[in-house]
Design a protein around this ligand. Sequence first.
Ligand SMILES: C[S@@+](CC[C@H](N)C(=O)[O-])C[C@H]1O[C@@H](n2cnc3c(N)ncnc32)[C@H](O)[C@@H]1O
Length: 222
Amino acid sequence: MRSYWQARVAQHLEDRYAGIPLLKFPEDLRVYEHLLWETRTNVVIELGTHSGGSALWFRDRLRALATYGRIADPLVVSIDLDIGRAREAIEKVDPGFGHIVLLEGDVLDEALPALVARHIPGRSACLVVDDSAHTYETTSAALRSFERFVSPGGFFVVEDGCVDVEEMRVDPEWPRGVIPAIEDFLATDAGRRFVIRKENERYGLTCHVCGYLQRQSGPDVA
Ligand SMILES: C[S@@+](CC[C@H](N)C(=O)[O-])C[C@H]1O[C@@H](n2cnc3c(N)ncnc32)[C@H](O)[C@@H]1O
C-alpha cells in the first residue's frame, strides 16, 4: 500500500490539465465535482495557484454547471505569491481567459480577504480551497481569513492534511501542521460553525485527510 501511495504522489506531481500542471489526485477532483454540484457553487476561491491548472479546471467545471442551469456567474479567484507562471500558462491555452481572476498576495497578509472580496459579487455561493504552503501558520491564516466567504451548507477544503499522517509522509521535507491547524480552528467561535465531513474521503485515497469542512446550516454559533 505504501509503495502504491508513493507512486501516486509521484504521478500527481507530473499530471496536467489542458497541458498545464495540475497537482491533484483524480479521486480528489471527483470529490470536488460532487461538492460543486451539490452546493451550487458559483465562485471558487483558491489559495495557491501554482501553474494555474487547477484554476482552469475549476473554471471549466463551473462553466459546465452554468451550462446545465445549475448556477449563474461562474468565477474563480486564485491567489499566489507569484501569478506570472499561471497567467502565461493559461493564456497559452485560453487567450484572454474569462471567469478567472489571478491575484498576487500572501495568505498570511490580513489585508488579503478584503482585496479578494472586491472581486466577488454579492449573493455568491463560494467554495474556498487552501492549497498554499500546508504549514500550521498558512493553514490557520487561511481558515481565519477566508471562512467568512463560506455560506451555510458550503465547503472550505483544506488540502494535503496527508502531511500530518506518518504513514503517508513520503518526504522528510514535507511541511507539517495542517491537521493541528484545522483542529485548533474548529475549537474557535468561527470554527464551531464547521464540521469535518469524512464521508467525502470516499474514493479510497485522498490527500485531504480531515480537510472537507462544511459550514453548518442554521443559526450562527459564534
Ligand atoms: C501545491 S501548490 C498549488 C497547486 C495548485 N493549486 C494545483 O492544484 O495545481 C502551492 C502554491 O502555494 C503558493 N504559496 C505558498 N505559500 C503561500 C502564501 N503564503 N500565500 C499565497 N500562496 C502561497 C506557492 O507559491 C505554490 O504555487
